[in-house]
Design a protein around this ligand. Structure first.
Ligand SMILES: Cc1cc2nc3c(=O)[nH]c(=O)nc-3n(C[C@H](O)[C@H](O)[C@H](O)COP(=O)(O)OP(=O)(O)OC[C@H]3O[C@@H](n4cnc5c(N)ncnc54)[C@H](O)[C@@H]3O)c2cc1C
Length: 369
């Protein structure tokens, strides 16, 4: 039912507009609001806080169905659900959950989650953005980069330094609402792909937040962020899977229709074997993604398995999208056919929420420990 509901929504509301949004780098806020009404912006949020109350199986299914049509909307959905909403849901107190989750889960508010900084991406531990205590307030200063919904979000969960450099307990998470003096949006990035998922700088200039805006305890921010990324990686694996499936299905249909040398190109072994590789790798990526989702549902540690899924599915996404362009030949190199966009969008998957190299670091640490 979820597959069908999301598929219908994506076909009707997203597919007709994807190239318009892509060219204009337009974040379709109204479409995201409608997704909120369907429960797609609070998939994992319990019903008592206005969410759909589903688990990871449904979440993976929903993201990959959206991404099969448009990776950018899939990315916005993943970032909103897993990062901002997830952080508030897992680490907020009852008052914070009651205040923010219904707004986020229904799409009334759009969320952003800010960890990355200009000089600290993979090495987030060295972040320079600080919060200093001043009475019952904290004063935040610094810049976060590459933040999904950095301009259009209604609230930002920001992880900032409150202690010593390189102390894993020296960082703290705060909710900063849009409109708080000192919270500004900086440069919006002009990106290769994922163009209608807004990515922008978030700037804090003497931004005062009350201590009641802290998520969890002082010093817990980095540990919380690592836990959020464990779950977030499953969503990027689902996003990768959707993009790969979209590119594969388009290639399969095209290969059966496009004729050269008097027969459909699917009848050439060089093309058929590409399709066989795509189908096999997609199946394996899907199994790894559902394995990580199942473990997350059961509450067991899945740091290694979510990294397996994110690493493998994202690399498969890039390989499949690349082969899809090849199967389409010259037509695949134009914006008139969908594979050009899958090709551009897929590359983000090997970068966001930890690059492939960082996933290998996570996996190797787990297997060597
Ligand atoms: C579209 C988009 C959306 C994003 N959304 C968000 C968001 O909402 N919130 C947020 O906080 N961040 C977000 N990010 C940031 C993203 O998480 C970072 O880009 C990513 O973690 C990589 O950091 P970096 O870009 O600084 O690359 P760097 O860390 O500078 O890495 C550069 C290269 O060096 C490699 N490298 C680095 N360290 C090692 C190592 N120890 N061993 C081997 N290789 C290494 C990397 O793998 C990479 O190939 C987003 C990024 C993009 C592009």
């Amino acid at each position: 039912m979820i597959t069908q509901m999301v598929r219908d929504f994506a076909e009707q509301e997203i597919r007709p507009n994807i190239m318009k949004w892509d060219e204009a780098q337009e974040l379709p806020r109204e479409t995201l609001r409608k997704m909120g009404e369907l429960g797609l912006l609070g998939v994992l949020v319990p019903e008592e806080y206005g969410g759909a109350g589903f688990g990871y199986m449904e979440y993976i299914t929903a993201i990959s169905e959206v991404a099969k049509v448009c990776g950018s909307i899939g990315l916005s959905m993943a970032a909103h659900n897993s990062l901002c909403t997830g952080h508030t849901m897992y680490f907020g107190n009852e008052e914070q959950k009651k205040k923010y989750l219904p707004k986020l889960a229904t799409g009334e508010w759009l969320g952003a989650w800010a960890l990355t900084e200009p000089n600290t991406g993979s090495d987030a531990m060295r972040m320079q953005c600080t919060a200093k205590k001043d009475g019952d307030h904290w004063v935040i200063n610094g810049t976060k980069t590459w933040i999904t919904h950095g301009k259009s979000s209604d609230m930002v969960v920001a992880i900032v330094r409150t202690g010593e450099l390189l102390d894993s307990h020296g960082m703290t998470a705060f909710v900063v609402e849009r409109g708080t003096p000192g919270l500004k949006a900086g440069k919006k990035e002009d990106k290769l792909g994922m163009r209608c998922s807004e990515t922008a700088e978030v700037i804090f200039e003497d931004c005062r937040v009350h201590e009641s805006q802290m998520l969890g305890k002082e010093g817990d921010g980095f540990i919380q962020a690592m836990k959020i990324l464990d779950g977030g990686r499953i969503s990027i694996a689902a996003l990768s899977l959707g993009i790969a499936k979209g590119a594969y299905e388009a290639s399969l249909n095209y290969a059966k229709e496009r004729e050269q040398f008097g027969r459909p190109i699917a009848q050439f072994q060089g093309i058929a074997f590409k399709l066989a590789d795509m189908a096999t790798e997609i199946e394996a990526a899907e199994l790894l993604t559902f394995q990580a989702g199942d473990m997350k549902n059961r509450g067991v540690n899945m740091t290694k398995e979510s990294a397996f899924a994110k690493y493998y599915a994202s690399e498969v996404s890039v390989r499949v999208a690349t082969d899809a362009v090849q199967i389409f030949g010259g037509y695949g190199y134009t914006k008139e056919f969908p594979v050009e966009k899958f090709y551009r969008d897929s590359k983000l998957c090997t970068i966001g929420e930890g690059t492939s190299e960082i996933q290998k670091l996570v996996i190797s640490r787990q297997i060597l420990s």
